[in-house]
Design a binder for this molecule. Structure first.
Ligand SMILES: [Zn+2]
Length: 493
């Protein structure tokens, strides 16, 4: 049997462990009774960087952020970067600010989203709207106002109430696909931490909304034919210490540009953060013309003293970069890890693995080795793993799916020369951020990567990535994926 309808609810920034304990403690009785107990509640894995925007691409399109060249909410393109000026895109981007409207434009033009497969469909607050007819965009026009109101007043709860009202109306209207994100758990956790009583209350209010929509479905006798999915785009962790990377680079002699101060002159480096738990660092490699030249290798940056200066910082978990052979090097002060890969067809596994955006993880074999103390925390070396084996073997580790996640982010030519990850409790925000941040995400750590996946359809598979959600729900709803698009996800049963 295939489901006729899909109700897809996202709780922005809901970490798996918090969601699971609320379900188990009876705080979310509707989600427990009508969703988890009917099907399952799984621990799924988000992507690196684990931040809204890039981390929604997998759910709606089945691909990694690196595959579609959107490696963060902020990035710099070395070949296009020149000093920002008013009328053209300057090769530096902040999707959470002035470049908001480019997010969808920057996605590959013909790639379908979940919205293309269902009609009528409606979208509530989701940043990916492609494929949803304008009339189905139930928060179009009000979304920017709502978010501005949330930031200015901190009255985020109202934003979720609007989402709940629109969700109810769309389900009542009988839409075949309703996608809704509740933004407030993320937005408010940043300022008051992830388990503050006001945050827990938000989960309860979402649960009540789930009760309301199940009631409509029961009344119209359509519950059986409806697939209900509740998940999040990324987790979060509480933050006690900010590491000011731009200041550190300035002090080291690499004058650093960063948001919101992108008009800073005579710069040699750039720091582009996502979720504050990770950052892309770029270093100027050209002193002629407008571009910043070619990407710099890990070895070059090591020689310049950048790597050794960064790894001394307390709270910095690791620095990753691409070596001159194309491998990914992960370094912290206690050890070094090397991720390499080769295509299954090639039998020489020492061949250089230069990344291209067309590479698909299915056809690759991954290896990982380390010296000193393993910076990814696996403590074992791996050889010739398929993407699925790499997921399974690292699922319950300090860097879940870290091998494939680092591979995918470095596929993007907008990824930094170095990618930084902060330890839990620390973030990489710059001194100019106005709001105090007491929680962060973006990183490659369990608290940021584990997301709940509750479904009223049982899934037996234990190892699930967020890229698998797209093909899996399409399969459950009887749709076949257009094979013109090579996606990263697989159908899980
Ligand atoms: Zn956030």
């Amino acid at each position: 049997m295939h489901y006729k309808r899909l109700i897809f609810i996202l709780i922005d920034g809901a970490p798996y462990e918090i969601f699971k304990s609320l379900v188990e403690n009876g705080d979310l009785p509707n989600i427990k009774k009508h969703v988890a107990d009917q099907g399952c509640l799984k621990k799924a894995i988000s992507v690196f960087p684990s931040t809204t925007g890039p981390a929604l691409i997998p759910h709606f399109m089945g691909v990694y952020p690196g595959t579609v060249n959107i490696p963060g909410n902020q990035w710099l393109s070395k070949s296009h970067y020149y000093h920002p000026y008013r009328f053209k895109r300057p090769g530096v981007c902040n999707y959470l600010g002035i470049d908001k409207s480019y997010f969808e434009e920057d996605l590959p033009p013909d790639m379908p989203t979940l919205f293309h497969y269902f009609s009528p469909a409606s979208n509530i607050y989701i940043r990916i709207t492609r494929g949803c007819p304008p009339a189905g965009n139930l928060t179009r026009g009000i979304k920017p106002l709502m978010f501005a109101y949330g930031y200015l007043s901190n009255h985020w709860r109202y934003i979720d109430q609007v989402a709940g009202d629109r969700l109810y109306k769309a389900v009542e209207a009988g839409d075949n696909f309703v996608a809704c994100i509740f933004p407030t758990v993320d937005a408010l956790s940043h300022s008051i931490t992830t388990q503050a009583p006001r945050i827990i209350q938000l989960y309860r209010e979402i649960d009540a909304r789930v009760g309301d929509i199940v009631h409509i479905l029961q009344k119209t006798n359509t519950l059986e034919e409806t697939l209900i999915l509740i998940t999040s785009d990324h987790g979060m962790s509480n933050t006690h210490t900010h590491i000011d990377i731009p200041q550190h680079l300035d002090d080291g002699g690499w004058r650093c540009v960063h948001y919101p101060n992108v008009w800073k002159q005579f710069v040699e480096a750039a720091s582009m953060v996502s979720g504050n738990g990770m950052s892309h660092l770029y270093f100027k490699n050209s002193h002629n013309g407008r571009g910043w030249g070619e990407p710099m290798t890990f070895e070059q940056l090591h020689k310049m003293g950048v790597v050794s200066s960064l790894i001394e910082l307390e709270g910095l978990r690791f620095v990753a970069g691409q070596s001159e052979t194309g491998n990914i090097i992960v370094q912290n002060k206690n050890g070094q890890g090397i991720i390499s890969w080769h295509s299954e067809e090639a039998n020489n596994n020492s061949s250089p693995s230069i990344t291209t955006t067309n590479e698909c993880s299915d056809s690759l074999r991954f290896s990982y080795k380390f010296t000193g103390t393993d910076p990814l925390g696996y403590g074992v070396s791996y050889e010739n793993l398929s993407s699925t084996e790499a997921l399974q073997l690292t699922y319950d580790s300090p860097s879940p799916d870290g091998i494939v996640q680092l591979w995918q982010i470095f596929k993007s030519d907008r990824t930094g020369d170095l990618v930084l990850n902060a330890e839990s409790g620390y973030d990489l925000r710059s001194r100019y951020k106005i709001m105090d941040h007491r929680a962060s995400h973006g990183g490659l750590i369990p608290e940021h990567l584990y997301i709940p996946l509750a479904s009223n359809h049982p899934l037996d598979e234990r190892y699930i990535r967020s890229v698998d959600i797209f093909p899996t729900v399409l399969n459950l709803c009887g749709h076949t994926i257009d094979h013109a698009y090579r996606i990263d996800g697989r159908i899980v049963k």
